[in-house]
Design a protein around this ligand. Structure first.
Ligand code: IMP
Ligand code: MG
Length: 195
């Protein structure tokens, strides 16, 4: 088991390392937890103002959303409901070019203000697919917030209404994002080092 870049049990040593992993999958710290926190706070203010009095449904896209969603909702001071969807895996989608819904929401979205909560927009394929899928349920409004947005998606014109931090088109881990199931728990965002 590779050693984690911080010691989980000792609060005073939760200082993460600059570089983690081993070649060819080493990652360099890229966005600090502080910068992430500041942006989550900003998004919380923005979304609370926008949805005040509308009792929106926040739909998290599993698995990657879970840390961002947990932080975001604690920066919001309005009432809302939570739901989750899960899409077929990134790798499978890349291989087949097809995305499927593995898990649907339990609550009805008809006439509701719906906000999709994503960890990252990369190609934008998931976002496009999910928007079309949820639009068929006739929500009163449909918007999206993503913690990270890659420049490639932005170039393709696929940008969420609410965006955390814009990053280059490189592979990243941490803050909920994984590589082969690992590194989700890192408080900072790390980028793959091209060796
Ligand atoms: P899409 O290419 O925009 O459809 O991204 C699909 C999903 O792949 C995202 O919601 C993430 O969960 C995952 N993903 C995209 N880019 C990365 C990355 O750099 N690291 C880890 N997961 C990613
Ligand atoms: Mg995701």
């Amino acid at each position: 088991m590779a050693e984690l870049p911080f010691v989980v049990r000792r609060a005073e040593s939760r200082q993460s390392s600059e570089v983690i992993g081993s070649p060819p999958h080493r990652f360099r710290r890229f966005v600090s937890a502080e910068e992430i926190r500041a942006n989550v706070h900003r998004l919380g203010r923005e979304l609370s103002a926008k949805y005040d009095g509308q009792h929106p449904v926040l739909i998290g896209v599993l698995n990657g959303c879970f840390i961002f969603m947990a932080d975001l909702i604690r920066e919001m001071d309005i009432h809302f409901e939570l739901a989750f969807v899960q899409l077929s895996s990134y790798k499978r989608a890349m291989a087949s070019g097809q995305i499927d819904v593995l898990k649907e929401t339990e609550i009805s979205l008809t006439g509701r203000h719906v906000l999709i909560v994503e960890d990252i927009v990369d190609t934008g394929n998931s976002l496009k697919f999910l928007r079309n899928h949820l639009a068929t349920k006739e929500p009163a409004s449909l918007a999206m917030v993503s913690m990270f947005v890659k420049e490639g998606a932005a170039r393709n014109g696929i940008v969420p209404e609410h965006e955390g931090i814009r990053i280059p088109d490189d592979f990243v881990v941490g803050y909920g994002l994984d590589f082969a199931g690992q590194w989700r728990q890192l408080p900072d965002l790390y980028v793959l080092i091209k060796e």
